[in-house]
Design a protein around this ligand. Structure first.
Ligand SMILES: Cc1ncc(COP(=O)(O)O)c(C=O)c1O
Length: 236
């Protein structure tokens, strides 16, 4: 309904991220299919950032939008998250055949090619031992999510959506502060906890929100929760 409502004569497509950053939630497959179909009916392209797809904790969310077999879907992905190669600047697009040549032309104007060292390193990602390690890490992320979300809630911080992918918890801190931006600085300065203020992700209600990343170790997360508890007790 939102796609239909927002579409006008200047619209060319829809850009989505699923699982998303900062909420860690995915778009229901039926809903994603309906969006792709609505966009296609209007002659547009759906671009889906699927960078966290490998870090889905539920089977039903772990399939690419390409699996619908509908044309006019572009999938964006990268070695940065599931494969742990953040900073290696290596990613990929899957394009409808008609868009390959135009996107090649565009890409040539932005860079010559992906780093060859990164490409060689990425080949190792597909070795069975590497995949086994990535799967162990995915389970470790799930365990951290299962620890950190209830722990935040027990401190009186609400996490209104349970992340089903990625490694983020989206925290409503409005019970403690009117400005998540100021609160993030206060937590950094007084307790050395780094959380990302909502303003970094858009303007809608941004002062309510903080994003926690559970890409840190379980020990660090436990320490962060203990320090948060101390700060929040004073804040009340
Ligand atoms: C949804 C999403 N897309 C893309 C990126 C960027 O990834 P890359 O390291 O491949 O540029 C991020 C990184 O945080 C992300 O959260």
């Amino acid at each position: 309904a939102q796609v239909r409502e927002a579409w006008d004569e200047r619209t060319r497509g829809v850009l989505l991220a699923s699982p998303s950053n900062p909420t860690g939630t995915s778009i229901e497959p039926d809903e994603m299919r309906a969006i792709v179909e609505a966009v296609r009916e209007r002659g547009g392209v759906t671009i889906v950032d699927e960078i966290y797809l490998g870090l889905s904790y539920e089977e039903r969310f772990s399939h690419s939008a390409l699996a619908f077999g509908i044309d006019d879907v572009i999938s964006v992905n990268s070695f940065s998250k599931y494969f742990g190669m953040t900073g290696w600047r290596l990613g990929w697009l899957v394009l409808p055949p008609a868009l390959v040549a135009p996107v090649e032309k565009l890409a040539q104007n932005l860079f010559i090619c992906a780093s060859s060292i990164a490409q060689h390193a990425a080949l190792a990602c597909f070795e069975p031992e590497a995949i086994a390690e990535y799967e162990r890490r995915r389970e470790a992320f799930r365990a951290r999510r299962d620890y950190v979300v209830p722990a935040l809630q027990s401190l009186g911080l609400s996490v209104p959506v349970m992340p089903d992918g990625a490694f983020y918890a989206w925290i409503d801190c409005s019970a403690f502060t009117a400005s998540s931006w100021d609160f993030a600085f206060e937590l950094m300065e007084s307790a050395q906890i780094a959380l990302t203020p909502g303003r970094d992700f858009g303007r809608l209600g941004s002062e309510r929100w903080l994003r926690l990343s559970f890409a840190s170790s379980m020990e660090h997360l436990q320490e962060a929760i203990a320090r948060l508890a101390t700060v929040l007790k004073k804040q009340r």
